[in-house]
Ligand binder design. Structure first.
Ligand SMILES: [Cu+2]
Length: 233
């Protein structure tokens, strides 16, 4: 930007000079130097601008897709083109084979807030078709830290559920929990193996005390679904 301005200024100056001066070798040399400096600083500006641009670019197309789907979740009206809304937490895109799940710790006061979207102790089941990509937007609305991880269905539950069933199927701060009332993270994974799983809180003791819902990856399902105890607001 500065370079472009300097370039314009030097051109204006040049045009404002008497023709005889413009033609002199000394002036031509000075003009060449000014232009070189201007272009150099312009290209640096362009590089800085492109770096700034790349810093704001999301790491993958899937994430921008997630944003689109989130926008649809926030929308209380009709689902966006190509998107189907199951409920306020779950939406999907059949053609993209992707699911957007808004996962809220303490969506309501059920079980003292130790719930996901109102479900606890396995009383809610989210089912997704095998092979679909799952984008989870986790938000902690509780007054204590929570996290989330997808683990194999198991009994008894581990005190610390820390072995995700799929790569990247867990939030950050899995053990210490994302901060109360403002904690937020996303997780993206592919539901690559059919079976019964749990979405559990990773904070020690929380899953054991009932902070888990069910997550089923189904080879037979053609669309995601959500059933059982779900918070309505
Ligand atoms: Cu928790």
């Amino acid at each position: 930007m500065q370079g472009r301005r300097a370039l314009g200024t030097s051109v204006d100056l040049f045009l404002g000079l008497p023709r005889i001066v413009r033609a002199s070798p000394v002036w031509l040399a000075i003009t060449a130097m000014v232009l070189a400096v201007a272009l150099e600083s312009d290209s640096q500006g362009a590089t800085a601008a492109s770096l700034a641009d790349s810093a704001t670019v999301r790491p993958s197309a899937a994430l921008s897709h997630l944003d689109t789907m989130r926008a649809g979740i926030r929308d209380t009206g009709a689902a966006q083109a190509g998107m189907t809304r199951v409920d306020r937490y779950l939406s999907y895109d059949s053609s993209a084979k992707s699911v957007a799940l808004l996962l809220i710790a303490a969506a309501n006061s059920a079980q003292g807030g130790f719930n996901f979207n109102g479900g606890s102790a396995g009383n809610q089941t989210i089912t997704v078709p095998l092979g679909w990509s799952i984008d989870v937007d986790f938000q902690n609305h509780d007054v204590v830290p929570h996290s989330a991880v997808v683990i194999a269905d198991q009994s008894p539950l581990p005190a610390i559920p820390e072995n995700p069933a799929f790569p990247r199927a867990y939030t950050s701060h899995l053990i210490d929990g994302l901060p109360a009332q403002k904690g937020h993270d996303t997780m993206q994974f592919t539901a690559s193996k059919a079976g019964d799983y749990l979405i559990a809180c990773g904070v020690p003791g929380h899953a054991l005390s009932g902070m888990f819902i069910r997550f089923v990856v189904s080879a037979g399902a053609t669309a995601p679904s959500d059933s059982g105890t779900i918070a309505t607001q």
